[in-house]
Design a protein around this ligand. Sequence first.
Ligand SMILES: NC(=O)c1ccc[n+]([C@@H]2O[C@H](COP(=O)([O-])OP(=O)(O)OC[C@H]3O[C@@H](n4cnc5c(N)ncnc54)[C@H](OP(=O)(O)O)[C@@H]3O)[C@@H](O)[C@H]2O)c1
Length: 225
Amino acid sequence: MDDRWSSNNAGIMACPYSLSADGIELQFATNYLGHFLLTNLLLSKMKNTAEQTGTEGRIVCVTSALHSQTYKGGILLQGINEKSGYSQYKAYGQSKLAVILSANELAKRLSKENANVTINCVHPGVIATNIVRHSKILALATKLISPFLKSIPQGAATQCFVALHPSVNKVTGKYIADCKVSSPHSIANNPELAERLWEFSLSLTSSEITSKASAEQNESSANNV
Ligand SMILES: NC(=O)c1ccc[n+]([C@@H]2O[C@H](COP(=O)([O-])OP(=O)(O)OC[C@H]3O[C@@H](n4cnc5c(N)ncnc54)[C@H](OP(=O)(O)O)[C@@H]3O)[C@@H](O)[C@H]2O)c1
């Protein structure tokens, strides 16, 4: 990433139940919450750069068509770390649904502020990568159908397109697949759930965001002395 664009790509899939070092269910933490925190930590820098240079800032979030394969209700806001009932596949779907809901919420907030920064979600397609390593069934299925899957450059194409192509200027809050605006599952179009997820995510990450904001404040005060 640079100050003009940021890509939230890192991910894991279908892992057995475990918690991150910060004590959050691992797929939610890796595929969603870490990106949520990074985006919030970079946001003021991106907005300032966009204002100073007149060049649109772009945040690209890699989600998956599997966002529809989640738990009942979408996101387990009341029990994100529940071990009983954990499904390695639904936890992946939940994390990718969270990516879309949160991107939609941030797109709304950025538009209200008239910030020259956009945020969109990308489904890259189905690509033969090592992401399936935690599931024997998926690893075997991927091996069998790999000649029909996207290559890695093909899989990266939509993400690069959304980050860089001039035709995507001012496009925000969209779900994009095969370089075209598409529609996510209806569960991803729930603004109340998106707002509740946003507040929940802030509550889990607020200490990191607050300490970055106060470091910025101190730096700017020192520069003004
Ligand atoms: N492959 C598909 O068919 C497919 C379909 C839909 C969506 N996606 C999404 O596409 C994205 C890329 O996946 P991929 O298929 O390219 O899988 P991949 O080959 O396994 O790559 C995943 C990348 O994420 C990094 N990563 C994982 N956990 C991390 C952490 N805690 N901190 C920093 N980096 C971390 C990995 O780094 P290390 O190698 O160092 O672990 C790796 O570079 C993911 O978000 C995935 O959900 C993939």
